[in-house]
Ligand binder design. Sequence first.
Ligand code: MZP
Length: 499
Amino acid sequence: MAHISSDVSTTFSEYLLIPSLTTKDCIPDKVDLSTPLVKYKKGESSSLKLNIPMVSAIMQSVSDDGMAIALARNGGLSFVFGSQTIENQAEMIRKVKKYKAGFVASDANLTEEHTLQDVINLKRRTGYSTIGVTEDGTSNGKLLGIISGRDYRPTKDDPSKKVKDFMTPFNKLVTGKFGISLPEANDIIWDNKLNVLPIIDENDRLRYFVFRKDYDAHKEHPLELTDENKHLLVGAGINTRDYRDRVPALLEAGADVLCIDSSDGFSVWQKETIEFIKTNYPKAKVGAGNVVDKDGFDYLVAAGADFIKVGIGGGSICITREQKGIGRGQASAMIEVAAARDEHFEKTGEYIPLCSDGGIAQDYHMVLALAMGADFLMMGRYFARFDESPTRKMMVNGNYMKEYWGEGSNRARNWQRYDMGASNDGLKFEEGVDSFVPYAGKLKDNLAVTLGKIKATMCSCGSITIKQLMNTAKITKVSATSIVEGGAHDVIVRDSNIK
Ligand code: MZP
């Protein structure tokens, strides 16, 4: 007979944290949100750590190089999506590893033969007022001049005027040599009273712009997540099909950590993928999943996974539970897998970090997931709302929205994520939807609010580290009626427009 579990699947909204004593040392400024990313032995520490317990989902609509740069600069990490060609994914990884704070690739470029009208159109389209004029009009072409707002008067000048007739030409530009540091670039800017410094290589090709800004990049981003060479850390999603080709390309491009992306990770294909990586690239780190119980956890740990991802069917865009009838409430899954992880640690002295993946709908769910044993959280919807996600911002019914689609949707066509060992003939049915999420602005601004809430909640629970929270949090289940009590009730909420 089938095994029928006696517990009911529960999710984060069905729990609350009960405050513990808050002492004078337990204040938000003292909260340390750093957390291990990969496994380590008792008495040692993880060789890869996050400065905030957040990673962005392995999804086309969430994690490209732009998101990876923004998130690593703020202490977290992105797993760049794998449902694209190996070359494209490796190129995104390379872009993150090459990123240098303060050095901005020129995104708006024209040739000398373009016209003032082209300049105006480009400015309107991109919002950039500094335009690189290169021989071939590309961002890394030979630099011939630059155009800024000071070079033309849109209301007076003839729109058909050629760029070469009003740009600031190369011989009048002060330039910096490719390879100089940000402080050196800033010195040149200040000494020469410039607004922008083009950085060129030995063949006069444009590499970056550095803009006048009196700042110390590290002070602006104190939690920046970097490797020993001060390059940003980045992860990459892989699948259980083309890993023999994909993994070497991603490692060669500089990926710091890999993660097998699958809706159901309790499979022999994941074991084979991990074995291949550990045999051929013993230093590489690879996470596996997703699982929702002890059996799945034990299997992937035995296979050699460096961290384990927990969650099936809880993602905001996910319809796996409806389509296949598999999954588990995210809280129940976290609680059981965390107990298995702690048991494994007790027995072997090996600590396996857990990632709670999907279903975080409120900021307080993040604290609950951590309190239930997650070392870090993977989120899609949360990050999809920001400027830095790769999707279009659109006006829908009078409100700005960002597109957000699941990897199991027809739009993503990521059949490898749902690999059941059949031949490569695409998705038979969808497990995800194509949707919109409300646009929320910049990642940095939103993250500041969320982290503020996490720290405040942790202080209410008497914890200033994630480990302390996991070990001491008091959690209670809530009844349907007490959930109603948790919101505004028995009052008529004033419309915020009424003064
Ligand atoms: P959420 O943060 O939007 O709630 O969930 C994101 C997670 O949903 C991803 O990290 C991934 O595990 C999962 N996901 C991505 N695509 C699908 C799908 O199409 C999905 N079903 O479930």
